[in-house]
Ligand binder design. Sequence first.
Ligand SMILES: Cc1cc2nc3c(=O)[nH]c(=O)nc-3n(C[C@H](O)[C@H](O)[C@H](O)COP(=O)(O)O)c2cc1C
Length: 235
Amino acid sequence: MQDKTASKEDMLNKGNEFSTGEKPKVLTTTDFFTVAEERRSVRKYDTNYKMDEKEIRDILEAAILAPSSSNLQSWRFLVIEDQEAKEKLLPMAFNQQQVVEASAVIAVLGKEDAYKDANKIYGQLVENGSLPEEAKEGYVNNIVDMYSSASRDKRTRIAMIDGGLISMQLMLAAKAKGLDTVPMGGFDEKAFVEAFNVPENYEPVMLIALGKGEVAGFPKNRLPLDDILAWNKYE
Ligand SMILES: Cc1cc2nc3c(=O)[nH]c(=O)nc-3n(C[C@H](O)[C@H](O)[C@H](O)COP(=O)(O)O)c2cc1C
């Protein structure tokens, strides 16, 4: 009898089988709706395409404009672009080839105790004249009270939401710059944290492979909007 179960590695690498084999579409516009429509998870990359630091930073600068809980910006990035480091990551990401073929893998991390940065963040507003010092004190005290009394689990959930928002913005920014991405939750978090010395207060959100796509991701299929939409309350 045929074995219908697939290993995690097989499953994750299967994404390529649905592809039409075409090159990703070259966008001639950065119109939001076109970018959103054309962003697809791309799993085959041009291995010769090297991104320089500026190109990566420009995408991250656009990504960090995303909203975050209390503006605490709990996201952190580990950019893995050194080939040896990507090779090290490969088995931890169940041998998903985009890890070594894309120009870089961005590990998006969530800092669970980001409330400790409140003073610095709200202090910037005082410095640029947007907020009086007394108001800042109030904001910061509230934030510290609220987050420090929440469980680590709750704070991690918040960091995961922030991390999801920034990841999406990063992927759209990359597409608008003519590049491609694939988000990856398929990796051994524990092994990754250990191997890359991730600080104890940073929780992995996802890995994002980033580079020049060689083969387009499979065309979008989505549940019809009416299958997932309710108005005002559930019956
Ligand atoms: C949180 C998350 C984890 C994902 N993990 C993987 C992964 O490990 N490997 C992979 O090839 N694709 C992964 N994907 C990509 C999804 O398969 C893809 O987004 C989905 O099929 C929709 O296709 P699209 O991104 O082209 O619109 C992940 C997506 C998300 C949002």
